[in-house]
Design a protein around this ligand. Structure first.
Ligand code: SF4
Length: 389
């Protein structure tokens, strides 16, 4: 059997299998390009089961391009809270605003136009164009690279852009006429449910007979992928600052700067500990970290606190940084100057409005604020463990 036969066998068998075995997922019940787009962005680096409730809530809250474009960023981040990779939400809103302004609210159906939107890479463009508009564009993600590397016995390193481009070309050739949407989804589905990263279920696979990786006995070893650099470790001291008097029962939170990691989200104030600090288990480590936390918060933010005791440890891995956090209970002593602590009624506040430096915005968080503003997962976990929510 030659390569062309192997290709058409693959496409035909895969579509037949998908017709029977496809999962009933909410975004598969519609061809609305906005819905498809939301689902594809949410599904990046996130499991289907996690995404489903977010998808429903998000579309209830922002049912149209216009609704999302017009929403305050705070509300969008709040609806995304817990999904992680928050730049996805910010980029999505920026792109949707562009769709509203430049395309009359209709998600563009040309590759050139959709690819020019913020955060829309080749995968998302291909997924929306094929699933919503049935355009013959490939949508190549990690699942697809894995399946095709195994079936066609490709040993190129999928971490290299040239490999991805080659696989995109191959995936484009495989799309059966008039079936782009179903075919791309079938390929993703096979990767997600059968041709899984570890121990692929070859015996139930619709294309097993001609799968070169399986026939060579090396399916498990494919695809070849050079390891990314491990995330840089960072130790941080976190201030858990409880309010007193009028603010009793509330926790002081800080808004992050509008650019960079976790932009504009709220968090417990924290500082990066120097590498010279003793390891957490060492004698005197907590005393040194608490002194550093007190001094740094005062010097950098004009925030005066008295750390009193360690409360808990937490950690979180971003794509390039690994945070090891130790949380210290702190007494609030005041802010050095200016109206840096907002009253509870603040909404959509920005540093600029208040004449404060970006990243210097503090707010006492009670129930209302927790329901209104978005915090990254790691801080939600800390608050939960502390019994705040
Ligand atoms: S036969 Fe196995 S390795 Fe080949 S595509 Fe199917 S599940 Fe993947």
């Amino acid at each position: 059997m030659d390569t062309n036969d192997a290709k058409s066998y693959f496409s035909v068998r895969l579509l037949e299998w998908y017709d029977v075995h496809k999962r009933d997922l909410p975004w598969r019940r519609s061809r609305n390009p906005y819905y498809i787009w939301i689902s594809e962005v949410m599904l990046q680096q996130t499991r289907v089961e996690t995404v489903i409730p977010y998808y429903h809530r998000f579309l209830e809250r922002f049912p149209t391009v216009e609704a999302l474009a017009d929403a305050p960023e705070e509300q969008v981040l709040k609806a995304w809270e817990g999904l992680g990779y928050y730049s996805r939400a910010r980029n999505l809103q920026a792109a949707v605003r562009e769709v509203k302004e430049s395309y009359g609210g209709r998600v563009p159906d040309s590759k050139e136009e959709i690819s020019s939107l913020k955060g829309v890479g080749p995968y998302t463009a291909g997924a929306v164009l094929s699933i919503a508009y049935n355009k013959p564009e490939p949508a190549v993600d990690g699942n697809v690279m894995r399946v095709l590397s195994r079936y066609f016995l490709l040993r190129d390193d999928i971490a290299k852009p040239s490999t991805r481009i080659g696989i995109e070309k191959l995936a484009r050739e495989l799309i059966p006429e008039g079936k782009a949407g179903d075919f791309n989804q079938a390929l993703m589905e096979l990767g997600a449910t059968v041709c899984t990263p570890k121990s692929p279920h070859c015996l139930t696979c619709p294309v097993m007979e001609l799968c070169a990786g399986r026939l060579e006995g090396i399916a498990d070893e494919l695809p070849v992928k050079t390891k990314a650099k491990p995330p840089r470790p960072e130790r941080r001291a976190v201030a858990f600052i409880e309010g007193a008097g009028e603010e009793a029962g509330r926790i002081l939170a800080r808004q992050r700067p509008k650019e960079g990691l976790l932009a504009s989200m709220w968090e417990l104030p924290h500082v990066l500990l120097p590498e010279t600090m003793p390891e957490p288990e060492a004698a005197g480590a907590d005393a040194a970290a608490m002194r550093f936390l007190r001094e740094k918060l005062a010097a950098e933010y004009g925030l005066n606190v008295e750390p009193t005791e360690p409360m808990m440890d937490a950690e979180h891995t971003f794509s390039h940084i690994h945070w090891r956090l130790r949380v210290y209970r702190c007494r609030f002593l005041g802010l050095a100057e200016g109206p840096a602590v907002h009253d509870g009624g603040v909404a959509n506040n920005t540093a600029d409005d208040d004449g404060l430096r970006d990243g210097d915005v503090f707010l006492w968080f009670g129930e209302k604020e927790l329901g209104q503003y978005a915090l990254p997962n790691v801080f939600l976990k800390i608050l939960k463990q502390a019994g705040v929510r």
